[in-house]
Design a protein around this ligand. Structure first.
Ligand code: GLV
Ligand code: MN
Ligand code: MN
Ligand code: MN
Length: 415
């Protein structure tokens, strides 16, 4: 006899894969991946495709004032709070096809499969596409989920600008996805997110599923260094006020600080802007963001203090002005133990190899965890590569990850 929770139920892996490939045609990158950065025309196109799919699956779409899309499948109990399941459709400028997309389309596939299998759940299910998870165009990352969770101010979010000076608020209106729902007004019974690992552990250990117990915390520190614009040929070495040199010394110092906190600590720089950025002008201004992370609160705070202190000294020695603004932060997260156990149990029941894992990357689940029991399911990615157009996974990994998500959601939503 079929057990009540439907142990034989499976999602449709081929349909999930086809949808991922169809989404990947929108906002193609330059090397086989995607450039579907948040609030661009490509993002709008991706959202429209996702809306079409949600409508075809019989879901009702709501959009909040941060542009986050919530597609609801009703539950049987009118008083039951929904189980939210989602991730993000925006990408890095040179992003992969799976980071975020797997989680949104895996959630969609779960409800498509519920429809096919005639499964009714007690709690509604809400498939969610959070706006600006990546933080590539507008810092910080996980911006809309941060506003939803009440940790980022809505007006602060609207005022964030990209490198061209365009604001988040203006761009959200321009692409036509500023919704009328108040941000954060929804209440969640639970939140699940499926994601690729974005690191090498699962593949190396030949594990099909990562049961995510924690997420490491982070600080993004935006440095603005002020030097003196001067001719690179005619300015004698002792007369230079070289903001670029200070930047180089700070990079080296960040490497030293993070290396000195091993294990469980990382630090680096991914974005730099030189002004005026001309070959024969010493930069008058250098802006860059240091990204430091650790699952240990103490280490995270110690790294931040050490980096700020040593950067001040480096700049003083060179006569360079130094201002630091935190533009992204969350503390290390412990995911809800009962949901984590549900994910582990689903992997076990399905006969998939699994291990517990700490997320190295930030996710919307980290902010959702502030307002609801939350956790994540991870699947491996080839060579641990992500935030790279060459990011790759296998259809089998995607299918298994989505099956674990499906069974965990069914258990929490009640069938
Ligand atoms: C978001 O993608 C992050 O972890 O930086
Ligand atoms: Mn992601
Ligand atoms: Mn990402
Ligand atoms: Mn991320």
């Amino acid at each position: 006899m079929m057990p009540r929770t439907g142990e034989n139920f499976r999602i449709d892996g081929a349909r999930l894969w086809d949808s991922i490939m169809e989404m990947a045609r929108i906002g193609p990158g330059v090397a086989g991946g995607n450039n579907r950065q948040t609030l661009t025309d490509a993002d709008a196109e991706g959202r429209a495709l996702f809306r079409t799919w949600c409508e075809a699956a019989g879901l009702t779409l709501g959009v909040d004032a941060m542009g986050t899309m919530f597609a609801t499948r009703p539950g049987e109990d009118p008083d039951a709070l929904p189980v939210y399941v989602g991730s993000h459709l925006d990408t890095q400028p040179t992003g992969g096809k799976y980071d975020g997309v797997l989680g949104v389309l895996g959630a969609l596939e779960a409800v498509r499969s519920m429809n096919d299998l005639g499964i009714r759940t007690k709690h509604p299910i809400v498939v969610t596409n959070w706006t600006n998870e990546e933080g590539a165009r507008f810092a910080p990352a996980m911006l809309a989920s941060g506003v939803f969770a009440g940790v980022i101010d809505l007006d602060y979010a609207y005022g964030r600008t990209d490198l061209d000076g365009l604001s988040f608020g203006e761009e959200l209106e321009r692409i036509g996805w500023k919704g009328d729902e108040e941000v954060g007004a929804r209440r969640m019974h639970a939140y699940y997110e499926l994601h690729i690992e974005q690191g090498p552990i699962l593949e190396a250990e030949e594990k099909e599923i990562g049961v995510v117990t924690h997420c490491q915390g982070l600080w993004w520190l935006e440095f603005t260094l002020t030097g003196k614009e001067a001719h690179t040929g005619s300015t004698p070495m002792p007369m230079r006020v070289n903001a670029g040199l200070a930047m180089a010394r700070i990079f080296e110092m960040v490497q030293e600080v993070a290396t000195g906190e091993q294990p469980n600590a990382v630090g680096g720089v991914g974005q730099v802007k030189f002004a005026p950025n001309s070959r024969n002008v010493l930069p008058g201004k250098v802006v860059f963001t240091v990204d430091i992370r650790s699952p240990e609160q103490e280490k995270l705070d110690r790294m931040r203090a050490e980096i700020e202190k040593r950067a001040t000294t480096i700049c003083e020695v060179l006569g360079v002005g130094c201002a630091v603004e935190p533009v992204g932060h969350f503390d290390p997260v412990t995911f809800a133990p009962d949901l984590v156990a549900t994910v582990r149990g689903a992997a076990e029941k399905l006969g998939y190899s699994h291990r517990d894992i700490i997320s190295g990357a930030g996710h919307d689940a980290c902010w959702a965890a502030k307002v609801a029991p939350a956790t994540m399911v991870m699947c491996p990615c080839v060579d641990g590569l992500s935030h790279n157009e060459a990011e790759e996974i296998t259809p089998d990994w995607a299918e298994k990850g989505a099956n674990v998500l499906f069974h965990a959601v069914l258990e929490t939503a009640g069938v």
